[in-house]
Design a protein around this ligand. Structure first.
Ligand SMILES: Nc1ncnc2c1ncn2[C@@H]1O[C@H](COP(=O)(O)OP(=O)(O)OP(=O)(O)O)[C@@H](O)[C@H]1O
Ligand SMILES: [Mn+2]
Length: 607
């Protein structure tokens, strides 16, 4: 009986084991089939789920990271602030964007961290290209158009090769030969090699540009602005806010604008443009933006951390300035200077404890050497909280401007439109005047000085800045083409700006929302231009300053001509740029030869 019982139990347990084995086998088979189905779905492209693209692994990881699933990102989250989360969501966008280079501003360690995590992912999609977007931009044919041949009349300064430099003191008069209005050179056998960089910059200024593309001296000059010993400091009078004129040890002069706001502070919408602070970062960023737009109409500007005691107070001979120095309750060195706005104890500029950040702008040649004309901007604002300017009331304002010298001839109106685009991109409403070099009369570019009120608001686009483009519906073809290029992924404006600014010692210069606002505003400029073209036709909107195509042999007389190979090269690089028929070219007025002021009181020579 007992034996029978044990045989039954043995059989029962054997059957149980068999059932268990079979069940586990069936479960495994089911799992395998499900996995197989998941893998096939995206390729099949059919069925409800089939249309949903799988999240690429890096992006999935980024999402996981944001959800705080990995230990690394929990660690990141513990630092998390609102701005980090917006950074992170931008990163998320970038992670799915295969064509972006892996460039990380060194200063943002947290961002770098997350980026490193993503870049370690083995299945990360390979970028469609490697290297620098900025370098690629500057190699593009649109940035390599042969320039005009320069005659003596096209150069701002003539240099007396025989004279030698004998610095007695660092006063302007000692390094400028007054009678001949020429530069006196540094001692040396081969003068060109011995010029300081600021002098090379001055000597390169011509009718068409402040400096040439690919000019190696500009990079060196920027380095010097950021590092070279400061030997002399004084206040710069004129203008509204405090700024200093500094002299470097190679006698180069610099306009220093001190930091007044942190990078994160966004200008309040309740503040009028004329009460806004000037931002040193805007001066730096404006130089980079102007160069990226290929205008080259802003003198080089670099960021610098200045020792307020050793590099300002101890070396200044300006007693008024020296007297305004004090030590704050927080034991920081402060000063407020002497000017018409914000020069008071309440608006003092304080260091940490004595280091003060600021922008260093290379000076233009002394006005004794090259006079400048200051012109009122026809689209200037009223600078009054209740008054409106004429252009705001009269919808036909541009027709009036077009009839008024110097806007009735040559390229002056188009130059104003270029300036408008620069200002709209950076949100600068403070362009009341612009300057030109007197020597070049009316046929020249506009110098874009004083950009400190740009980059104030990143969350708002001030459309009224675009009024000249909207009202006149005119743009240079070279400008329009470059704007289109900067709107493509390969040369995206925010990316090339980020990269260009990353070379500055004070990087990051602009916080991310300001960079992204550039892309948004660029779309608005393009849309405004396209609306004009739809309404009026390409021929009356786009001025073909790129010249004829193949076959042009005459020496260039005008800015930007000689661009024969452009369209062919553009096609080669498969960049979608609008092509314009060359037959619509309107006959352009040639320079009249004489300066024709807008209204006599509207320009004054800078003395
Ligand atoms: N890089 C430069 N080289 C030579 N002169 C310059 C330079 N930058 C500015 N200036 C001169 O200094 C003057 C004042 O500079 P800027 O306009 O930047 O100061 P500001 O205080 O903002 O003036 P405002 O209050 O009138 O706007 C300018 O009108 C210009 O003539
Ligand atoms: Mn100003």
């Amino acid at each position: 009986m007992c034996r029978n019982m044990s045989i039954v139990i043995l059989w029962k347990s054997k059957v149980l084991i068999l059932i268990l084995v079979l069940t586990s086998f069936a479960v495994q088979l089911l799992i395998a089939l499900l996995v197989l189905r998941d893998l096939r779905l995206p390729q099949s492209g059919c069925g409800g789920l089939g249309y949903v693209q799988p999240i690429p692994v890096p992006e999935a990881r980024a999402r996981e990271a944001l959800a705080g699933k990995s230990p690394t990102n929990r660690e990141l989250q513990s630092f998390a602030s609102k701005s980090l989360s917006s950074h992170a969501s931008q990163l998320l966008d970038r992670a799915s964007d295969a064509s972006r280079p892996l460039q990380v501003p060194a200063s943002d360690a947290r961002r770098t961290r997350l980026y490193e995590d993503l870049s370690r992912e083995p299945q990360r999609a390979a970028p469609t290209y490697k290297g620098s977007k900025l370098a690629a931009l500057f190699e593009h044919p649109l940035y390599n158009l042969p320039g005009p041949t320069l005659s003596t009349d096209d150069k701002l300064l003539t240099v007396n090769m025989r004279e030698r430099f004998r610095p007695k003191s660092s006063d302007d008069e000692d390094w400028v030969s007054m009678e001949e209005l020429e530069y006196v050179l540094l001692a040396g056998d081969s003068p060109a090699d011995t010029y300081p960089n600021w002098m090379k910059f001055h000597m390169g200024i011509n009718r068409y540009e402040l400096y040439s593309r690919h000019n190696p001296h500009i990079e060196t000059l920027l380095q010097e602005l950021g590092t070279m010993k400061i030997v002399r400091v004084a206040q710069k009078h004129g203008g509204t806010q405090l700024k200093l004129v500094m002299t470097l040890e190679n006698y180069g002069k610099v306009l220093f604008k001190p930091m007044k706001q942190t990078r994160e502070q966004e200008t309040s919408g309740d503040l009028f443009y004329f009460s806004d602070f000037e931002r040193h970062t805007a001066e730096i960023a404006a130089f980079h933006l102007d160069r990226i737009l290929d205008f080259r109409r802003i003198p080089p500007v670099a960021g610098r951390l200045v020792n307020m005691v050793k590099e300002i107070r101890e070396i200044t001979s300006d007693r008024k300035l020296e007297k305004t120095f004090f030590i704050s309750p927080a034991k920081n060195v402060c000063f407020y200077g002497d000017c018409s706005y914000y020069c008071s104890m309440e608006h003092a500029l304080c260091g940490k404890p004595n280091a003060l950040e600021g922008s260093m702008a290379a000076y233009l040649p002394d006005i004794k050497l090259s006079k400048r004309l200051t012109w009122r901007n026809p689209w200037r604002r009223s600078y009054h909280e209740r008054k409106k300017a004429k252009w705001e009331i009269n919808p036909d304002y541009c027709a009036h401007v077009k009839k008024t010298p110097p806007y009735d001839k040559g390229t002056r109106l188009l130059e104003v439109i270029d300036m408008t685009i620069l200002d709209f991109l950076m949100g600068n409403m403070d362009r009341h005047h612009y300057e030109t070099f007197q020597k070049f009369e009316n046929e020249t570019f506009l110098i874009h000085l004083d950009n400190g009120r740009g980059f104030g608001r990143h969350s708002y686009d001030e459309l009224s800045i675009l009024a000249p483009l909207q009202q006149c519906c005119r743009i240079k073809r070279s400008t329009y083409s470059r704007l289109q290029l900067l709107a493509t992924e390969r040369y995206r404006l925010s990316d090339v700006m980020r990269e260009s600014l990353s070379r500055d010692r004070m990087d990051p210069i602009l916080i991310e929302p300001h960079l992204l606002a550039l892309d948004r505003r660029l779309q608005i400029v393009l849309k405004t231009t396209q609306d004009c073209i739809e309404r009026l036709g390409v021929g009356s909107v786009v001025e073909d300053d790129l010249g004829d195509h193949v076959g042009e042999t005459k020496p260039c007389q005008k800015r930007g001509c000689g661009a024969k190979q452009t369209d062919a090269q553009l096609a080669q690089r498969s960049v979608k740029l609008s092509r314009f028929p060359t037959t619509y070219l309107s006959p352009r007025d040639r320079p009249g030869g004489k300066v024709t002021p807008y209204l006599t009181e509207q320009f004054t020579a800078r003395e």
